[in-house]
Each structure stands twice: as structure tokens, then as C-alpha cells.
Design a protein around this ligand. Structure first.
Ligand SMILES: Cc1ncc(COP(=O)(O)O)c(C=O)c1O
Length: 407
């Protein structure tokens, strides 16, 4: 990984100096990932200071060891892991980290290795079969925190997580009761779906938690509100995170639980969306379609498969004065499926040979890259300019790029 340090000037530097531009000037043939550790650090510090409970990072969103190290240094001590691969990677990267295995359907061998080799004590479940599996794999351990996952609505989120996992209300009573017998600490968890666009997603889910606790009459030690905290994308500008935290805290305070009960969250996207962007080259233009050198099988899976829109900007030394128009993208592979409908707004004179920065790809983008058809590149550069959108920067902060010294 290279650190990009080219001088950008002092007080007279233009406000919109971008480090992406510096990379584009070197005319890279392959896509280049730009990473912004300062943005991930700022997001982590925001959660650590403002979320009214414990924030654990959902590793799935971006399993980069460098990112995990950055989050750890910013105060994130707990990690939500979903596979034995993630368990091993976090254990290697931060041996002191606490991991919680929050995938409700796990291989028995994975549970055993996580418990016996890596010290994992927290597991989620949504069926009696999974409870049996956890107890078998841990030899009926007495030091488990067992989190029963409830099925809640994803209606207020852009990406549903309502179908695959979670106990229905008619199943949760028996499950909570059985987990209570087996656990040292009993938790309830849920996931409101990714990119929750309203705090009420959590308010509504907490009402289901309340009903489940009353119905089962059990003592609950942990309430885990899962992930779903949003980031900012074109056409998806969410309310301030503060309002999500307020709604969650109010609901948590009114639950029938003991004073010592803990509140947890598993943010993925919100901690890493701003962490990286991608520089691509336009290889061909056909009307309003741009053929670029990354796509559906690279970091743009979500743009292709679920129509997610990302911010874009043209990287030219002399900015274009042609009015923006809407483009779609084709990725580099031979597949028709390698298509991103967007729309992506760029100056109307974009042409082959131009470089484009695609922003807000830190969550899920990098995590899903493949080398299908011989494409894909690992070239990564650390930059210190600001991400193309942010939930953590005030308007005041935005006016002063971090690479400009004001006199
Ligand atoms: C169990 C669990 N926790 C947390 C997350 C992170 O969600 P998000 O990135 O929406 O915050 C996911 C994502 O699917 C998940 O499955």
C-alpha cells in the first residue's frame, strides 16, 4: 500500500483540491482504491462517544485488517463476526479484541473453534436447533452470552434483512426461555435492514423486543440493536445519526429490563462507508453509457445488483465547464450483467481516457471484489482528503480541506 504525499500547496490551494486528482495524473491502467483511515477513525470515535452503549464493528462490511486496526485504535474493542474466516482474521489482527459470533446459523465446527481456540463467548441464534448446536460444540459451557435474534421489519431500510433470519413472535417465547436456562447472560438482538432511513426502524423493533420480554417473562442482560445505521449516498441522505441514538436510548430505557442490562449495536456500513473510494478509467463512451475498468464483479456489486447509487466526480486537471448529464456504466467483463444503471451525473464531455472517482465504497464495495474474467486490482493508496459525503463532518469542517494549512 502506498501513502500519497505529493505536495498540494498551502493557503492558496483551491478548496476542492482532491488527492484522487493526483493519482489520476499518474494515468493508472488498473482501478485504484483510495482509502481514508482518518474518515473511519472519525466515524468510530463518533460511535464510541455518542452511541449510548457498546458499538461493535460488523466485520462483514469491510474485512480489511488495516481498517480493523484503525477502528481498534479509535476505541472499537468488540467485533461482530459471521464466519470462522472472520474470527481467525480478527484474532490474528487484534489478539485482544472481543468477538461476538452473530450469524444465527453456524457450522458446529466453527462454533467449537471460535469457543475453544479463540475465546468467543457470545453467539446469536434463532432456533432451538442452533441452541443445541452451540451447547454441543461448547460442551455445555456455562459462560455463554446467548443472543436470541428476533425477526423485525425492514420496511424503513433500503436493504431488507427481514426474510432470512429471526424468530417469529410465536417462536421467541420458547427460545428465550430455553436460552435463559443455558446462558450465563441472555441477550435479544435484531437487524432492521441495512441503510435504515428513519430512526423509527429501531423504535418499532424495540417495541417487538418489549413484547417478547413480557411474553417470555425472562431477565434480559443485553439488548443488541444490530446494524443498519445509514451512510449518505445520492438520493439517500438520512437524518443525523444522533436522532437514531436518541430513539434507541429512549426505547431501551423503557424496556422491562434490569438497571445493569447492556445496550449494544453492530454498525457496519456507518463505520466504513466513508473509508474508501475508487478511481476508474473510461475505456469507451457510447452515447450516455461509459465503459469503465471496474464493475459488478469488482467494487460495484451493489451498484449493479441492487441499483445502489454512488457519488462520482470527473478527475481532470482543468475542470470541465460542460453541463452534467446522466450516464450509466458498463464494467470491464464480457457480461451484459456487468452494468450499473446509476444514473451517475458527470460533465457531458466525458470521454475515453478520462478518470472518474466513485465515492463511498468503503462498505461492502471492497468486500465483494472478485478477479472474474481476469479483471480487478489490489492497488491501494492512502489519501487524506475528505470523502465525497459524510455524516460526521459539519459544513464548517467541509470548507477547510485537511490538506490545506490556513494562515
Ligand atoms: C448480524 C449483522 N450485524 C450487523 C450487520 C451490519 O449491518 P450494516 O452494515 O447495515 O450496519 C449485518 C449486515 O448484514 C449483519 O448481518
Amino acid at each position: 500500500m502506498a501513502e500519497h504525499n505529493s505536495a498540494l500547496g498551502l493557503a492558496t490551494a483551491p478548496i476542492h483540491v482532491t488527492r484522487g486528482m493526483d493519482i489520476a495524473k499518474s494515468a493508472p491502467v488498473q482501478p485504484v482504491t483510495l482509502i481514508r483511515p482518518h474518515a473511519a477513525q472519525r466515524a468510530a470515535q463518533y460511535f464510541v462517544r455518542n452511541f449510548p452503549g457498546r458499538s461493535m464493528y460488523a466485520v462483514k462490511a469491510n474485512p480489511s485488517p488495516e481498517l480493523i486496526q484503525t477502528l481498534w485504535e479509535a476505541g472499537i474493542t468488540h467485533y461482530d463476526v459471521a464466519s470462522i474466516g472472520e474470527v481467525r482474521m480478527v484474532a490474528r489482527t487484534i489478539p485482544q479484541a472481543t468477538m461476538c459470533f452473530m450469524h444465527p446459523v453456524k457450522a458446529e465446527e466453527a462454533i467449537a473453534e471460535a469457543y475453544h481456540t479463540h475465546g468467543v463467548r457470545t453467539f446469536s441464534l434463532d432456533t432451538m436447533e442452533e441452541l443445541d448446536k452451540i451447547l454441543r460444540a461448547t460442551n455445555n459451557a456455562k459462560d455463554l452470552t446467548l443472543c436470541v435474534r428476533l425477526r423485525v421489519s425492514s420496511d424503513l431500510s433500503r436493504l431488507s434483512l427481514a426474510s432470512k433470519f429471526g424468530a417469529h413472535p410465536h417462536e421467541s417465547k420458547q427460545l428465550l426461555f430455553a436460552a435463559r436456562q443455558a446462558a450465563d447472560a441472555l441477550g435479544i438482538c435484531f437487524h432492521v435492514g441495512s441503510q435504515a432511513m428513519s430512526p423509527e426502524a429501531y423504535g418499532n423493533a424495540m417495541e417487538l423486543v418489549r413484547q417478547a420480554i413480557v411474553e417470555a417473562s425472562v431477565t434480559v442482560d443485553v439488548v443488541d440493536v444490530g446494524g443498519g445505521f445509514p451512510s449518505s449516498y445520492p438520493g439517500m441522505e438520512p437524518p443525523a445519526l444522533e436522532s437514531y441514538f436518541e430513539t434507541i436510548y429512549r426505547a431501551f430505557e423503557s424496556l422491562p429490563i434490569s438497571y445493569s442490562a447492556e445496550l449494544w449495536a453492530e454498525p457496519g456500513r456507518a463505520l466504513c462507508a466513508e473509508y474508501s473510494s475508487l478511481i476508474v478509467r473510461v475505456e469507451k463512451r457510447r452515447g450516455d453509457e461509459l465503459y469503465i475498468n471496474d464493475g459488478a464483479y469488482g467494487a460495484l456489486f451493489d451498484a449493479a445488483h441492487i441499483g445502489w447509487r454512488f457519488p462520482v466526480r470527473l478527475l481532470r486537471e482543468t475542470p470541465s465547464d460542460v453541463r452534467d448529464m446522466e450516464f450509466s456504466f458498463y464494467g470491464p467483463t464480457c457480461d451484459d450483467l456487468d452494468h450499473m444503471a446509476g444514473p451517475f451525473e458527470l460533465p457531458g464531455d466525458v470521454q475515453a481516457g478520462d478518470y472518474i472517482e466513485i465515492g463511498m465504497l468503503g462498505a461492502y464495495g471492497s468486500a465483494m471484489r472478485t478477479a472474474f474474467n481476469g479483471f480487478g486490482s489490489d492497488e491501494t493508496v492512502i489519501v487524506d482528503d475528505e470523502p465525497m459525503a459524510s455524516l460526521y463532518l459539519s459544513d464548517e469542517d467541509r470548507r477547510i480541506p485537511s490538506n490545506v494549512v490556513t494562515l
